[in-house]
Design a protein around this ligand. Structure first.
Ligand code: PLP
Length: 404
């Protein structure tokens, strides 16, 4: 219900709030979460929204009202989660490369923590001994994910404690009698292949006997969602079935119950988002016709940073003849959103909408070229709420100290 944002809604929102504009349909987030609840055993599965994908406080509150937990990548995200009303026991901090004092703060907050280095684990053991349960982020040496930049489990990845250092890891745990409550492996983003998750489950299967107090096995996030036309995402129903089998095998072998944790980011919020831009200039050229829009990688960097593909639609001229365009921004850098892209004929002033703009869109934005960050709007049951104002000129000077 209402989980797809119509072109009419987008056109009206552009008129009301101006462009460029991020629009998030909360009902789509609800629908995605429901899909997870249907596919997995609610009794032994917990989902933590990887909120680095989209941290607007109203989105966090919406996710909380669904009953979903939250996964944080920094202590500030954990503080935002608390501000959004999440209880500490429903917050997970999966740290990487952080200073130990952030872990101390996390302990003070009483949230769940996954530790990702032997160095921090040692400091943790020295300070807390057996008094505070923690998870361990393991690096399994699995190559998975959409491309190298979003792969985190391979042997050159900085993430996690390398599996081959198991002896050293166990020695530290023993020395300080650390309470290891869970294991975590996140192999990357845009993982379509269910077998990747099952490989991780196999690794857990072998590791479990080393950690007698373990309660949860955290398979991370990274479910793929369709970005291109006709693309298919991770088969969530199949994953649910396979995970159930894996858990049964674990329970049968080790005679105890395990919780399975997941940390979906994109899966929950990618498709809910639309990014509305307007065409400033058309430029004909031997190589391409450039459609220059009023945005750039300061607002949506995924295409330039990861070669990510976003569907783009001309909602002002949906029946116009299809032609090919290079869609570029207005930043003094090469900021090509798409090359040779078939679009309904583009005219100056037309609205071009980027689909799948909910995850890692606004969140990775900046004020580069001293341009304003876009406004954000949340749609809920058809009603529109402004959830972040567009920047104004003073925002560019905020925190600058102007010497006289
Ligand atoms: C980024 C991240 C996620 C979410 O990844 P998605 O591809 O957005 O699902 C989950 N867990 C950890 C530890 C992450 O860093």
């Amino acid at each position: 219900m209402h989980s797809k944002t119509s072109n009419k809604q987008l056109t009206d929102l552009a008129a009301s709030f101006g462009t460029p504009l991020y629009v998030y349909n909360a009902n789509k987030i609800t629908a995605q979460y429901q899909q997870l609840l249907t596919a997995f055993e609610p009794a032994n599965t917990r989902f933590f929204f990887a909120c680095k994908a989209l941290t607007n406080i109203n989105i966090l509150k919406h996710v909380r009202t669904l009953g979903c937990n939250i996964d944080c990548s920094s202590i500030n995200e954990a503080l935002l989660a608390i501000r959004a009303g999440f209880e500490p026991k429903n917050i997970l901090y999966t740290s990487n490369g952080i200073a130990f004092d952030e872990i101390e703060t996390a302990v003070e907050l009483g949230i769940n923590i996954n530790i990702d280095s032997l160095s921090n684990l040692k400091k943790f053991g020295e300070k807390y001994g057996h008094s505070y349960p923690v998870g361990l982020r393991i690096r399994p040496n699995i190559m998975a994910g959409g491309n190298l930049k979003i792969s985190t489990g391979h042997e050159k990845s900085k993430f996690g404690i390398p599996l081959e250092q198991l002896d050293e890891l166990l020695a530290i745990i023993q020395q300080y009698n650390i309470y290891i409550a869970g294991l975590h492996i996140h192999t990357g983003s845009e993982i379509k292949d269910v077998d990747v998750f099952m490989k991780v489950a196999d690794i857990f299967f072998d590791l479990v006997p080393h950690f007698p107090e373990i309660k949860f096995l955290d398979l991370g996030g990274g479910f793929k969602v369709p970005y291109k036309e006709h693309e298919i995402g991770t088969d969530i129903a199949l994953l649910g079935t396979k995970v159930k089998e894996a858990v049964e095998k674990l329970t049968h072998t080790y005679h105890k119950n395990f919780q399975v944790w997941f940390e979906p980011g994109k899966f929950l919020v990618s498709e809910c988002g639309s990014f509305i831009t307007q065409v400033n200039v058309l430029k004909n050229n031997a190589a391409a016709t450039f459609a220059g829009i009023n945005s750039g990688f300061n607002h949506l960097i995924r295409p330039m940073f990861y070669e990510a593909y976003h569907r783009i639609r001309n909602i002002s001229n949906p029946d116009g003849p299809v032609k090919e365009y290079a869609v570029t921004g207005n930043i003094c850098e090469t900021d090509t959103f798409a090359w040779n892209r078939p679009l309904n004929e583009v005219r100056e002033g037309d609205l071009l909408v980027f689909d799948n703009a909910g995850a890692y869109g606004f969140e990775m934005g900046s004020n580069y070229n001293s341009r304003f960050l876009p406004a954000q709007v949340m749609l809920k049951d058809g009603e529109a709420f402004l959830i972040r104002k567009r920047d104004v000129f003073d925002d560019l000077l905020r925190n600058q100290i102007e010497l006289v």
